[in-house]
Design a protein around this ligand. Structure first.
Ligand code: 6PG
Length: 233
């Protein structure tokens, strides 16, 4: 079992500063070691402030490839689009932003196309920065017909289409997600969350390990290196 180190902050600003600093350091280490960096960045609300601070850092962004950890099957101009949010922040910095969805409407086809697109990238990720949903989903690994393939699929599979069942009420759309294998193979995995409820959920997931019924629990159980968990109330 890996070690999870909790980093607690007094407020969201302090959390954002710390996470942006950590991510920036990991990217700079990768650039120094290999002359390039490939990072998986999350969607949702929690990471927005930290991502904005990260984009403002003085980094050789032209040598950085950014992949959303997951995305909703919506056009990049849609406010729900994760790649749309990341492109706004990082394309002006000359980073390469690789979409998981390219206009497909069928999640199974979108997942296959994303997997082919990612096959050309030099894996593993240097950083997989993750959030967690109030229901315990991570990236867009949700209960439903694609859950087993996302959690237990072949290690070579990097992305897969997801038809959540039940559909999340706040965001009832199909998705494409990086698989658990693609996420846990990252050189560094970091988890960023806020609020007491999510903290309790992650602490239980860590305790339950591989027997966790939650996607986040199954992912944490398969990590092969320690993880930093950044949290504020
Ligand atoms: O596409 C997404 O929704 C995210 O990648 C997702 O996995 C996110 O991390 C959680 O849903 C938490 O979202 P919040 O940070 O907004 O609570």
């Amino acid at each position: 079992m890996i070690d999870a180190e909790w980093w607690d902050y007094d407020d969201a600003d302090e959390l954002a500063e710390a996470v942006a600093g950590d991510a920036g350091f990991i990217i700079e280490q990768a650039l120094e070691a290999r002359g390039r960096a490939i990072i998986g960045l999350p969607g949702g609300e929690t990471p927005k402030a930290a991502l904005t601070l990260l984009a403002a850092r003085k980094i050789e962004w032209a040598d950085v490839t950014i992949v959303p950890t997951d995305d909703r099957l919506v056009p990049p101009t849609d406010p729900r689009s994760n790649v749309g949010m990341l492109a706004k922040l990082f394309l002006p910095k000359k980073a390469r932003v690789v979409p998981l969805c390219a206009g497909e409407t069928d999640p199974v086809l979108a997942g296959r196309a994303a997997d082919e697109r990612l096959a050309d990238l030099e894996w593993p990720l240097d950083l997989a920065w993750l959030g967690v949903g109030a229901d315990g989903h991570v990236a867009s690994i949700f209960p439903g017909p694609d859950y087993d393939a996302a959690i237990n699929g072949p290690k070579a599979r990097r992305a897969i289409g997801v038809r959540p069942d039940p559909m999340p009420e706040n965001m009832p759309v199909a998705r494409v997600t990086l698989t658990k294998a693609a996420l846990v193979s990252a050189r560094t995995v970091t988890l960023v969350l806020t609020g007491k409820d999510k903290r309790k959920l992650v602490e239980k997931a860590l305790k339950d390990g591989a027997s966790s019924t939650l996607p986040i629990g199954r992912l944490l159980a398969d990590l092969e290196m320690d993880i930093d968990i950044h949290w504020c109330e």
